[in-house]
Ligand binder design. Structure first.
Ligand SMILES: Cc1cc2nc3c(=O)[nH]c(=O)nc-3n(C[C@H](O)[C@H](O)[C@H](O)COP(=O)(O)OP(=O)(O)OC[C@H]3O[C@@H](n4cnc5c(N)ncnc54)[C@H](O)[C@@H]3O)c2cc1C
Length: 387
């Protein structure tokens, strides 16, 4: 008898995992709130370069034929009785549950932010929001652009630095950089939290004349005066604000509720990826509280670990991160580390930038698992070394 595996969330992690499972061994169902699958890294290029391609495909087309898809929003998960309830009134049972529900932006945490993002757009939520931001950047004739993450948790940690560097590149190409001030806000003590990456990034920001305001946790925005205030007491005036909102886990009521932390991230064992207290429940991707980058690559590697565990093989996640960072002007670097191997300095090159762009092109194929041998080799060759 195949065991029933229920995957909640049809994003990067949930889709890769569902496709990796053996239909002879498992009856696989994905329940996802959206019938569309968004390739989120493309939002950066929609917002800062005006890229035209729509990075969205129907989730059904990305799943193997053996996977059942239920398009519905999960509202309640009772881990004790193994019951999942949905907005449309479905009750779904399982033998194994995998939570791959990602995170969502929550501008309501900061006074003024929802109004600000509704007016200027952002590049961490939807295609429409990213296009709105592009329209403002495209029309920007000069003044102050303020860009930063509001709080320490960020979906894709390189994305704030990528945003300011691509804004700089755009203004230079348009001949408007001289009429503009670029200010980068960060809650961290330096522009990039990991020191080795910061050694690469900070001199580039300085060379491009980008001002950095460290220790800037956004407290509130005065939209009348066009000023962002920090908890630490600093303030900055903007003409075009690009503020990455706070993030929280999916809006699902859990029983027991203490599997969630205060930001609704799932308390997850950092190696087995089991939700604490439940041997038959796993969590992968952005929605976990794992001390590693919230990235698609992380979700991919975690999906591989859970797929192995469900096949009854030894499986342990080592916290590997492997995030590409676009430095603008056709150069890139990588942020590569793991739980016990700190991120090392990686020289910016054109090849690394090209790898990021190529990955965007092969993303849809990668979801089906067809490129796994190539990825396995790549991850092996780029494995972080002991310090
Ligand atoms: C601007 C930007 C740039 C990025 N660049 C990179 C990059 O270069 N490299 C990289 O590796 N990563 C990058 N990322 C991050 C990457 O996109 C995410 O980390 C990745 O998508 C996380 O995968 P996930 O499966 O955890 O969640 P998601 O892909 O967000 O999927 C979550 C799924 O859960 C579903 N869901 C949510 N709530 C419910 C519910 N209640 N019921 C049912 N379904 C639900 C959603 O509909 C969605 O299908 C970037 C992100 C952004 C925004």
């Amino acid at each position: 008898m195949p065991t029933r595996v229920l995957v909640i969330g049809g994003g990067s992690g949930g889709t890769m995992l569902a496709n990796a499972l053996d239909h002879r061994r498992h009856e696989v169902t994905v329940v996802s709130a959206s019938s569309d699958h968004l390739f989120q890294p493309a939002l950066l290029y929609l917002a800062f370069t005006g890229a035209a391609a729509r990075p969205v495909r129907p989730e059904r087309a990305l799943l193997g034929r053996h996977v059942h898809l239920v398009e519905d929003r999960v509202t309640r998960v009772d881990l004790g009785s193994r019951q999942v309830s949905t907005a449309a009134g479905r009750d779904l049972g399982y033998d194994y549950l995998v939570l791959a529900t990602g995170i969502q932006s929550d501008p309501s945490q900061i006074p003024g932010l929802a109004e600000l993002n509704a007016r200027f757009g952002d590049y961490h939520s939807t295609v429409a929001q990213a296009r709105l931001l592009w329209r403002h950047l495209d029309a920007f004739g000069g003044g102050t652009i303020v860009l930063g993450q509001s709080t320490p948790v960020c979906k894709c940690p390189p994305s704030p630095v990528e945003g300011i560097l691509l804004a700089d590149e755009l203004l230079r190409r348009r001949g408007r950089r001289g009429a503009s001030r670029l200010v980068f806000l960060t809650p961290y003590p330096r522009p990039y939290p990991a020191e080795a990456v910061n050694e690469v990034v900070e001199p580039i920001l300085a060379a491009r004349g980008i001002e950095v305001m460290p220790f800037f946790d956004v407290d509130r925005i005065d939209t009348e005066a066009s000023v962002v205030h920090s908890i630490e007491g600093d303030e900055v005036r903007y003409d075009l604000p690009i503020l990455i909102p706070p993030f929280v886990g999916a809006d699902i009521a859990f029983e027991p509720p203490d599997v969630l932390d205060p930001d609704r991230f799932l308390r997850t064992d950092r190696h087995t990826l089991r939700v604490q207290g439940f041997d038959n429940v796993f969590a992968i991707g952005d929605g976990t509280d794992l001390p590693t980058s919230k990235s698609g690559v992380g979700a991919h590697l975690e999906a591989k670990v859970v797929a192995r565990a469900l096949k009854g093989r030894p499986a342990s996640f080592d916290g590997r991160t492997n995030c590409p960072l676009d430095l603008g002007h056709g150069r890139g670097t990588f942020v590569i580390g793991s739980y016990d191997r700190p991120v090392a300095r990686s020289r910016p090159t054109r090849l690394k930038h090209l790898m990021k762009i190529v990955f965007g092109k092969v993303y849809w194929l990668s979801l089906r698992g067809w490129l796994e041998p190539v990825f396995d080799l790549y991850f092996k060759l780029t494995a972080p070394r002991p310090s």
